[in-house]
Design a binder for this molecule. Structure first.
Ligand SMILES: Cc1cc2nc3c(=O)[nH]c(=O)nc-3n(C[C@H](O)[C@H](O)[C@H](O)COP(=O)(O)OP(=O)(O)OC[C@H]3O[C@@H](n4cnc5c(N)ncnc54)[C@H](O)[C@@H]3O)c2cc1C
Length: 505
């Protein structure tokens, strides 16, 4: 069969107006610039990049205003990252923490949502170019809000990712779910067939990074092994799983102060978690992890399952903007923006959330939410000829992290709390910020099942979740899925060779 129809790339202008399925369309009152991806209504145009906390809350601020907003997102959904670890450990389904941005903004008629990955921002031309599979679309803007967030950093060792997935995306969480539950399955098989020498490696789980994500992840693997799984297995005692939490720093939860950090560590240790501090990871492979201790010696831990919860690297769009303006980037690739969140020399371009380096603001949801709202407000002030604010003021609402069911730490203003009360606060705050009443109710129900009872309703893991990373690596960087209109499903360009390579691998 000829490959030609499958490999033909699509390239066409996108018109987001609703068009009838027949040719009898009435003459539109708006015009479509064939080069650009949105309808020209003559109103000021705001483009927002990202549907995370910064982008979504910015878009909402334009509700009912006399502007046209295009929100471009590479995921198409709004991801509530703080609960990713609950997807990875079988408490919540991915849909509950990632509603479609299109649905969230459906009632806001002046917002168009576009699914695509922005690869270029041209500040001189005031355009943004995005790819959706092989379809390239250019959007022009009068004002731009860049809220593309951050990804995982392996501190120059990206090769670790294959063996220690991060915790930044739904893909990461589902892959980790498959790896965690899969490790217990392999341990059961090994025990059933008498290969007990394999058990320590199969039943050791190493979490790298003792910030909130690492602490929450380690705590949940511990609860899973001690409360949920013991009655499910016949040959292993899942409660004997060895969970190690590693960090190069001297304390867990560094951002919470020494007292709360110590309390959290004591609680983790009381759950049987092996906390190893001052440990710098030097190597990760399929069967284990190596780290250097403070005295300079190197230790190796045999472990099938590793989770990387350390380090962030801002979106590469920061570099694109830096190259065009000379704006400095910090070590994590974050842009040193003006105090009013604008890009130096470009008062119509705002950068918010995890992409900015300003006043030592932390990479947390509230910085992104407040930044997104602030940027939108500034744009509206300007359009209405009103004075703008000179500086973004962040209001710190506090930080929280759960350790296990019924136990959390919270730092709110001068208040430091730990234990049950902090946990209830954590539940309430996170429930409040989950988008959609239906998701809030369902999440509450799932929590009741997992925290009051013992079971977890979201343990399903597919082979695709487990092996997709390896398969994509085999396909190589040049792999571009292509879509033929009418074919109904993406077909890989190098379909035949790729399949053969994966099978061989
Ligand atoms: C596991 C985890 C747990 C966390 N826990 C907490 C917590 O408990 N409390 C807290 O306050 N914070 C927490 N955070 C941090 C918080 O989630 C982030 O600070 C926040 O999400 C930043 O918002 P943002 O809008 O800058 O970026 P994001 O929310 O990451 O959104 C970025 C958006 O940009 C899109 N995007 C990226 N690149 C492109 C591109 N090239 N083109 C188009 N779209 C693009 C993405 O699809 C996404 O929609 C946690 C983070 C993680 C990863």
């Amino acid at each position: 069969m000829s490959e030609e129809p499958f490999t033909r790339a699509l390239s066409y202008p996108v018109d987001n107006r609703k068009v009838p399925m027949t040719d009898s369309a009435t003459t539109p009152t708006t015009t479509q610039d064939p080069a650009h991806g949105h309808v020209n209504t003559g109103r000021p145009r705001v483009v927002i990049i990202g549907s995370g906390f910064g982008g979504l809350f910015a878009a909402r601020k334009f509700d009912g205003e006399d502007v046209d907003v295009t929100l471009i997102s590479s995921t198409g959904y709004h991801l509530f990252q703080p609960l990713l670890y609950q997807v990875a450990t079988g408490i919540l389904s991915e849909g509950l923490i990632a509603p479609a941005a299109r649905e969230v903004l459906a009632k806001q008629k002046n917002v168009e949502v576009a699914f695509g990955t922005v690869h270029d921002i041209n500040l001189a031309e005031q355009t943004v170019t995005a790819n959706t599979l092989t379809i390239e679309t250019t959007y022009d803007y009068d004002s731009l809000i860049v809220a593309a967030g951050a990804g995982q950093s392996y501190f120059g060792h990206d090769e670790f990712a294959e063996f220690a997935p991060g915790m930044k995306s739904i893909d990461d969480a589902l892959e980790l779910r498959a790896r965690i539950f899969g490790a217990f399955e392999l341990a059961e098989l090994a025990a059933a067939s008498g290969r007990t020498e394999d058990l320590p490696r199969l039943m050791t789980f190493v979490v790298v990074g003792a910030g909130p994500t690492g602490v929450e992840m380690a705590g949940q693997i511990a609860e899973l092994s001690a409360r949920t799984l013991p009655r499910d297995f016949r040959h292993i005692a899942s409660e004997n799983a060895h969970i190690i939490l590693l960090d190069g720093a001297d304390q867990v939860l560094g951002g919470f102060g020494t007292r709360l950090g110590k309390k959290a560590q004591r609680r983790l240790e009381s759950m049987g978690i092996d906390v190893r501090l001052g440990a710098m990871v030097t190597d990760v492979d399929a069967n284990g992890i190596e780290y250097r201790t403070k005295d300079g010696s190197t230790e190796r831990v045999p472990a099938l399952t590793k989770v990387w919860a350390a380090g962030v690297q801002a979106s590469s769009l920061g570099k694109t903007l830096s190259e065009q303006t000379g704006t400095e980037l910090d070590r994590s690739g974050r842009l040193k923006v003006n105090p009013d969140l604008t890009l130096p020399g470009h008062p119509n371009v705002f950068v918010v959330g995890d992409m900015i380096s300003l006043d030592n603001l932390p990479g947390v949801a509230q910085v992104a939410i407040q930044g997104g709202k602030f940027a939108a407000k500034q744009i509206l002030h300007r359009l209405k000829g009103e004075p703008t604010d000179q500086r973004f003021h962040y209001f710190d609402k506090g930080s929280m992290a759960t350790i296990s069911r019924f136990s959390a730490v919270a730092s709110v203003g001068k208040l430091r709390m730990s234990g049950f009360l902090a946990w209830v606060m954590w539940l309430a705050v996170h429930l409040w910020y989950i988008i959609g009443f239906k998701s809030q109710i369902t999440t509450f129900f799932h929590w009741a099942v997992s925290f009051l009872g013992r079971s977890r309703g979201e343990r399903t893991a597919t082979q695709q979740q487990l092996f997709a990373r390896g398969a994509l690596d085999k396909l190589g960087a040049e792999y571009q899925p292509r879509v033929e209109m009418g074919a109904g499903r993406p077909v890989p360009a190098r379909h035949t060779e790729a399949k053969a390579e994966v099978a061989e691998g």
